[in-house]
Design a binder for this molecule. Sequence first.
Ligand code: FES
Length: 119
Amino acid sequence: MREKKYTWHKIAETIEELRFKKNSILQMAVGNKNICIIKTEKGISACAAKCPHAGGAMCEGALDKNENIICPVHRYTFNLNTGRDITGEGYYLKIYPVEIKDSGIFLGIEEAGFFRSLQ
Ligand code: FES
């Protein structure tokens, strides 16, 4: 299986620097993408800002008790590890890897090389 290559973007020095809303979610532009950054018990997760169903603003959503993210429009609910909707509609939310290091918090965006775009 082809290994994914990422460009890593520093999004903050520390978790405290990230200004989360009450729902523990914030939106920021990283590279040329709008991303939702989510604070969970396990750390920091990241997903696409738009719901794959009909473009709902995921950053206006909420987390359930299992830390899945719920779209505010039709309430489809997505696993933040796999992106799979656990409500069974068959949609996948784009998930971005996040790494917390001594030097800061980094978000990976998959590189889209010429041959990758043909696959
Ligand atoms: S737009 Fe998100 S569930 Fe419909």
